[in-house]
Design a binder for this molecule. Structure first.
Ligand SMILES: CC(C)(COP(=O)(O)OP(=O)(O)OC[C@H]1O[C@@H](n2cnc3c(N)ncnc32)[C@H](O)[C@@H]1OP(=O)(O)O)[C@@H](O)C(=O)NCCC(=O)NCCS
Length: 143
């Protein structure tokens, strides 16, 4: 398995993964296209035998802060350490761009929280109704 920056030709498959992972909360395809323009070096794909099996989208925000905006692993490739490797790779790219703090949004009941805690993220905020009425978000921060 290798991790590399996404090509424009990867975006259709990335959106398929995004929809499979997040359903009605998935980013639209045109947002991923725009993200590729904005953050080409921190939109990363994981490749296994020439197939995309996961991706992470991160971007530098204000000053020394970056955000991880999406992380998804194909169902058949989960629980093999790929989510961890993609998150670490995104943190490394953001660090190389001068980001000392990384933040992200996660759903309150998401299994991904354990992954982020194991990488040093802590909960810093809960925002009600973020994903819709009664659907809060948890903001986690590292650094
Ligand atoms: C969350 C997700 C990216 C994890 O990817 P993954 O490749 O399976 O993750 P890893 O194998 O690297 O697991 C890392 C840690 O995450 C936690 N974890 C991952 N999936 C878990 C699950 N289903 N239940 C409980 N803990 C889980 C564990 O702590 C795990 O460490 P361990 O295997 O040593 O116990 C993947 O499940 C996914 O794509 N889910 C749908 C989209 C999503 O929720 N994305 C995160 C948005 S914030």
């Amino acid at each position: 398995m290798r991790i590399r920056p996404a090509d424009k030709g990867d975006l259709t498959e990335l959106h398929r993964l995004e929809r499979a992972a997040f359903g009605s909360h998935a980013y639209p395809a045109f947002f991923l296209r725009q993200a590729w323009d904005l953050w080409p070096s921190s939109l990363l794909v994981a490749i296994e035998t020439s197939a995309i099996v996961g991706y992470v989208l991160a971007g530098r925000g204000d000053a020394d802060e970056g955000w991880i905006l999406s992380l998804a692993v194909a169902p058949q490739a989960r629980r093999m350490g790929l989510g961890r490797r993609l998150t670490e790779a995104a943190i490394d790219v953001l660090a190389s761009q001068g980001c000392r703090r990384v933040r992200l949004t996660v759903e309150p009941a998401s299994a991904a929280q354990a992954l982020y805690v194991s990488l040093g993220f802590v909960e810093v905020e809960r925002e009600p109704d973020y994903f819709g009425p009664g659907q809060a978000r948890v903001v986690m921060s590292r650094g």
